[in-house]
Design a protein around this ligand. Structure first.
Ligand SMILES: [Zn+2]
Length: 113
């Protein structure tokens, strides 16, 4: 769908500019819009529409609430997972590798005793 493609393109731009977060929010609420401006498309999320509120609670400072339309939220959620450029604000993700050799040795020891 053309509209969907344009929306995703816009989401990608906002992610690359750092205007949209790439990290998952601390809380999300779904429900009728509260009239707040959607952070993706800029249109108000009206009371007759379904919207999603994303809340980010930084360790210091005030929580940030970002209203989105449901379709804008799903575009953001899928684009942020496939965003090619890691943003500077993204937290480092350590991936510890377990020492496989040690486990194997332990198994052999157990079987032979
Ligand atoms: Zn929107």
């Amino acid at each position: 769908m053309e509209q969907d493609r344009l929306l995703r393109q816009k989401v990608r731009e906002l992610l690359e500019n750092g205007e949209l977060p790439i990290t998952p929010p601390d809380s999300t609420w779904g429900g009728p819009g509260g009239g707040g401006r959607c952070v993706v498309c800029g249109m108000p999320v009206g009371a007759k529409e379904m919207g999603v509120d994303l809340e980010y609670r930084p360790a210091a400072g005030t929580p940030v609430c970002m209203p989105m339309h449901v379709h804008c939220f799903s575009a953001w959620d899928s684009e942020r997972h496939m965003s090619p450029a890691p943003l500077p604000s993204a937290p480092p993700s350590p991936s510890p590798t377990p020492p496989i050799g040690e486990f194997k040795q332990a198994d052999e020891f157990g079987a032979k005793s």
